[in-house]
Design a protein around this ligand. Structure first.
Ligand code: ATP
Length: 320
């Protein structure tokens, strides 16, 4: 009997520091421009490849809000990767194999933090490692885009500019480390619902992004006051001043609690606060861990789930 092979992937959450909706496309999707940042908060995705089973895929998740089996986006990712690997000339015809995926959920579900998309990306990356890199990186991203608009981000850079429906990505200069307090209200929000509520009145922009409009995100580094000094990475206050999310107004119309939570965060010392993605999670930006923890402590009375985390400059390494 062949030995099992295993890899444990960290699947990080994301926030959108900016999210602009440019308009609706004929296929029903929306064109966006978004600065996306990966976080230390992450699910664990354990992938085991056994020598037995005819390309059978099993998915288990410890969260009651997330389905096991074919309903899980990780299942679709594994199926898609097997199909890509099978069609690739870099591997011999697909051997019989069984795949078991076990997800330990830490990222709040249906929260605007990209949890499902990140799990899917972790499966694409991890399974591809176990299959000896059968699928080249650019094919991996194309495969990811078919699974979900946020998946390609998790296969790109931890700080990236996303365009198109989120599948066109450019790396951005790393920012200085910053701490975030995430507040997740008890309800979840469907991304499809939020986009369906967008009206042209709310999104009347068009055309390509001008890099100059990205401000600190385009150059990433603030010029030092002293000539000759190396530029320092843009910090939490610079980022806080650029926060912007077109979807926020839509979600706030239905859930006014979002505005209350933003205000509570700034009153608790956040340099800026914003809803992430389609929400409902709201995040506050802080310079230090101590400031973030103090704020989170003072927000316990909201009854919401509170998470203190930080931005990451590189993707966590797979554990084999
Ligand atoms: P995004 O920010 O990309 O829009 P989200 O954070 O709003 O994503 P998810 O947490 O990805 O939303 O979950 C959306 C839905 O997908 C939930 O209803 C959940 O049951 C389902 N789902 C399927 N597989 C997963 C998974 N592995 N992790 C999370 N949700 C999953």
């Amino acid at each position: 009997m062949k030995r099992d092979m295993q890899v444990i992937m960290k699947a990080p959450a994301k926030v959108n520091f900016t999210l602009e909706v440019l308009g609706r496309r004929p296929d029903g999707y929306h064109d966006i421009i978004s600065v996306m940042q990966a976080l230390e908060l992450a699910d664990d995705v354990k992938i085991t490849l056994t020598g037995e089973g005819e390309n059978s895929i099993e998915v288990f998740c410890d969260s009651p809000d997330v389905p096991d089996g074919p309903g899980n986006v990780a299942y679709r990712a594994a199926r898609a990767l097997l199909e890509e690997a099978g069609g690739s000339s870099r591997v011999s015809p697909a051997p019989t194999r069984g795949i078991t995926i076990e997800i330990t959920k830490r990222i709040p579900v249906a929260a605007g933090l990209g949890g499902g998309s990140s799990d899917a990306a972790a499966v694409l990356k991890g399974l591809n490692i176990l299959l000896g890199g059968a699928v080249p990186e650019e094919r991996l991203r194309e495969t990811g885009a078919k699974i979900g608009a946020d998946v390609p981000f998790f296969l790109s850079w931890p700080l990236a500019l996303a365009e198109g429906i989120g599948e066109r990505l450019k790396p951005l200069e790393p920012l200085g480390e910053m701490w975030l307090v995430l507040i997740k209200p008890a309800f979840g929000v469907s991304t499809a619902w939020v986009y369906s509520q967008l009206t042209l009145g709310l999104t009347n922009k068009s055309g390509d992004i001008k890099l100059s409009e990205l401000g600190i995100f385009a150059c990433g580094r603030a010029k030092s006051a002293d000539a000759g000094q190396p530029a320092r990475p843009a910090d939490a206050s610079a980022v806080a001043s650029r926060l912007k999310n077109d979807l926020e107004r839509v979600t706030v119309l239905r859930y006014s609690e979002i505005d209350v939570l933003k205000r509570r965060l700034t009153e608790a010392g956040a340099l800026g606060a914003l809803m992430s993605g389609s929400g409902p999670t709201v995040f506050g930006v802080f310079r230090t861990e101590a400031e973030a923890k103090r704020a989170a402590e003072g927000l316990k009375d909201t009854g919401c789930r509170l998470i203190v985390t930080r931005t990451i400059p590189s993707w966590p390494a797979p554990v084999l």
